[in-house]
Design a protein around this ligand. Structure first.
Ligand SMILES: Cc1cc2nc3c(=O)[nH]c(=O)nc-3n(C[C@H](O)[C@H](O)[C@H](O)COP(=O)(O)OP(=O)(O)OC[C@H]3O[C@@H](n4cnc5c(N)ncnc54)[C@H](O)[C@@H]3O)c2cc1C
Ligand code: FES
Length: 278
C-alpha cells in the first residue's frame, strides 16, 4: 500500500468476538498486486465512507500475511460502524505507519509483556511474531511472560489466543479490578503481578494499555532495576494523516505517527509526556 490519502480496499474474511466491546476483524487486501508488509507495533488508518478514519494497530503477526487482523474496541462513530459489519464487507486501509517495536533486539532475551484491555492488540502482534520465529530458531527469544489486566472477568479479551499461548509455553498471568463469583485468579492492579516476577538485567519489557497503567508499570519496572533503554511502550494521540503531514499528533517536539507510537522509556524521559496520551 502507498503512504497516500487514498485508502486501499480490504475485505473482512472473518470476525472473532473477543468480548462485548472488542472484536478482531481478519482482513485481506483486495488488490494483491501491490506489495504490503509491516512490523509489529505499526498501525493502519482504517476508514469507512461517511464515518471517518482512525488509527488501529495491527494485532496479527507479519507472518500471517496476507491476512491482517485489526482488534477494534467499540468507541465512537467509526468503530461502531465497523462493529455492525459482517463477513464480506469492505474497509479502507492506509499504511502501515509508525515506528515498530525493536523486534531485531529480542533475540536470546527474556520478554515481559504488560497489557491492559485493548492494549494487548499491538503486543499480540509481537508475541505471535516471536512464537513464529522461535519455531524457526531456538535462540529467537528466551522466555515470554504476559501480565494482562482487565476491569472484570467478562472484559478479558483474546481468551482463545491466551489459551493457545499457554499451550505454547507462555507464562500468562491475569488480573481483574473486580472479580465475579467464578474468578479464582488475582484481583487488583496489573502492577501487583510484578511483585512475583524476577527480571534479569537483559530482559525487555513491552507495555501497552491506559496511560495510568503505563505510568505505574514504568515506575515499578524502574524500581525493579530495569534499564530505561529496555522498556518500550506506545503512546496514543488522535491522528489525521498518520504520516507526518498535518501535525495533529504533535507531542513535545515529536510527531507520534512518525517518531512513535512505540517509544523507549529513555526516549520518553527526554520528552514532557506526563499524561502519556491525548
Ligand atoms: C497508534 C494508535 C493505535 C491504535 N490502535 C487501536 C487498536 O488497535 N484498537 C482500537 O480499538 N483502538 C485503537 N486506537 C484508538 C482508536 O484510534 C480511537 O479509539 C478512535 O478514536 C476510534 O474512532 P471512533 O470514530 O470510533 O471514535 P471517536 O469518535 O474518535 O471517539 C473515541 C473516543 O475518543 C474521544 N475523542 C474523539 N476525538 C477526540 C479528540 N480530538 N481529542 C480527544 N478525545 C477525542 C471521544 O470522546 C471518545 O471517547 C489506536 C490509536 C492510535 C493513535
Ligand atoms: S497524524 Fe498527521 S502528523 Fe501525525
Amino acid at each position: 500500500m502507498n503512504k497516500t490519502f487514498i485508502p486501499a480496499r480490504a475485505i473482512i474474511r472473518e470476525i472473532i468476538r473477543e468480548n462485548d466491546q472488542i472484536s478482531t476483524f481478519r482482513l485481506e487486501l483486495i488488490d494483491k498486486t501491490k506489495p504490503f508488509s509491516f512490523l509489529p507495533g505499526q498501525f493502519l488508518m482504517v476508514s469507512v465512507p461517511h464515518c471517518g478514519e482512525a488509527a488501529i494497530s495491527i494485532s496479527s503477526s507479519p507472518d500471517a500475511l496476507p491476512l491482517i487482523d485489526l482488534s477494534i474496541r467499540r468507541a465512537g462513530e467509526l468503530t461502531t460502524a465497523i462493529h455492525s459489519m459482517e463477513k464480506g464487507a469492505r474497509l479502507g486501509l492506509r499504511g502501515p505507519f509508525g515506528k515498530a517495536f525493536p523486534v531485531e533486539k529480542f533475540s536470546g532475551r527474556d520478554l515481559l509483556f504488560v497489557a491492559g484491555g485493548i492494549g494487548l492488540a499491538p503486543l499480540k502482534s509481537v508475541i505471535d511474531h516471536c512464537l513464529f520465529q522461535s519455531g524457526l530458531d531456538d535462540d529467537a527469544v528466551s522466555g515470554i511472560r504476559l501480565l494482562y489486566g482487565s476491569r472484570s472477568p467478562s472484559d478479558i479479551a483474546f481468551t482463545g489466543t491466551i489459551g493457545l499461548w499457554r499451550e505454547q509455553g507462555i507464562d500468562v498471568r491475569l488480573t481483574v479490578d473486580e472479580k465475579d463469583e467464578h474468578w479464582t485468579d488475582h484481583v487488583g492492579l496489573v502492577t501487583e503481578l510484578l511483585e512475583d516476577i524476577t527480571l534479569d538485567s537483559n530482559s525487555i519489557s513491552l507495555i501497552c494499555g491506559p496511560p495510568v497503567m503505563i505510568r505505574s508499570v514504568i515506575a515499578k519496572l524502574t524500581e525493579m532495576g530495569c534499564d530505561d533503554t529496555n522498556i518500550f511502550t506506545t503512546l496514543e494521540r488522535h491522528m489525521k494523516c498518520g504520516m507526518g503531514l498535518c501535525g495533529h499528533c504533535h507531542l513535545d517536539g515529536r510527531l507520534v505517527c512518525l517518531d512513535g507510537p512505540v517509544f523507549s522509556v529513555s526516549e520518553l524521559n527526554t520528552m514532557d509526556v506526563m499524561e502519556l496520551s491525548r
